[in-house]
Design a protein around this ligand. Sequence first.
Ligand code: SAH
Length: 501
Amino acid sequence: MKFQKNETVVVEISDIGNDGEGIGKVDGFTLFVKDTVVGDTVEARILKSKKNYAYARLEKVVAPSPFRVEAKCACHRQCGGCQLQVLSYEKQLEFKQKKIRDSLIRIGGFEPDDIDRCMESIMGMEEPFRYRNKAQYPVGTDKNGKIVTGFYAGRTHNIIPNTDCQLGVPENQEILDCIVQYMRQNHVSAYDEAAGTGLVRHILIRKGFASGEIMVCLVINKKMSDVSGCGAEGTWLPKQELLLRKLARIKGMTSVSVSVNTEKTNVIMGTEIHTLWGKDTISDTIRVRDMTRSGGLFEWPGEPITGQEYPFTGRGLTFQISPLSFYQVNPVQTEKLYSLALEYANLTGRETVWDLYCGIGTISLFLAGSARKVYGVEIVPQAIEDARENAVRNGIGNAEFFVGKAEEVLAEFYERNSGKERPDVIVVDPPRKGCDGACLEAMLRAEPERIVYVSCDPATLARDLRILCDGGYEVRRIRGADMFGMTVHVEVACCLQRKDS
Ligand code: SAH
């Protein structure tokens, strides 16, 4: 062990780790220092020392890196949600481009030259703050028993009060302040995780950026049997009409609901939703662009190209979104990502396409515009209800949706149909853990010409691409999209082609 706990060291930060932490070397010994930036020289205090490496805490920036920028949020160090907030946005994009490339090489075992041949530059954001359309705030009490909402500090469940996360919309603050004030004035209790008592657990807020519609859902620890009346008639919260009246006055407010979650769990939402005011859903519109016509939009690095110069193709679709349904959190970047996925799918109007992990059918319905038939598969029943509604609402008759596990539905369909209606293209957009092994197997058995893989985790993407490539596919194109500015997360789309086709 080179260093003792609490010892301070001066170190130059030379690299960024996967979780955004700075990495520096002192005589060959590696230090991981959170909140530092490549190019900084810092004074750091050793927290935990191992044989070849140590974790240290930033004490003082001795000489700031040229890539260091002023933090927008005073809480960014405690919160840990914005791991990259003090790194310049250009450098963030460079980090993400490298993260994708490194995963494909290290985890996927792909040749660097092959990756460089098919990887395009990441699509960056024009405005990397205030981009999220969804916020989930925990509710609790501070040391003095006062109701607070904010975010969990680091890896703990202690709530740091803050109602204005810089990644979210400004309306969040007004809504949260309104709910906290109502709770304090009417002695509405906050959930106590340790004891499993108290009422309000979380507040979910979603805003349709195109529609301006806002949804608020309070996650509460209360059983249906403890409630008099049902739905809008039910009294789920003490003096709930006071809260509803206040929320209804906020511009754009469209839906207020409660979600019942009485389990001792880290899962935020419960499966039951009761609308207390307004509609059950909000709507939003997504437009895709013709990437081929505009010659590849949103190149990075370089000047961002604005919507005016390259108009949308007019293929805007409107979606309804329930509290429990997945909906992409960054609508501006979603339009770029979907445009790219559609370009990768390269449809002519004759194809049968599967959209696995389809959520509310967003990608499916865009695909349906240029395919013969689209099948969507999704595990959350409410999302499939939304998807079917969305097809009707947009006048799309050639999309069919199934509730179920991607790996099961696809395999069963082809067993029943004995391979008659083969898919030409399969699109997958799984959660972070990637595709289930059985799903990849079913995809390989179905032998589509092309696979478009949309991923929010380069590590599981790399793992799955290896399996698909060993099964007869070839990676043709890869491109990142920054959907999560200030964080270490990155979205990637990838186009695979069957080798013998
Ligand atoms: N393509 C959609 C949703 C992507 S998020 C969009 O762009 O909006 C991933 C989705 O996969 C979520 O809606 C999640 O509920 C769903 N999901 C998770 N595991 C699944 C599984 N095993 N089978 C099918 N869907 C699953």
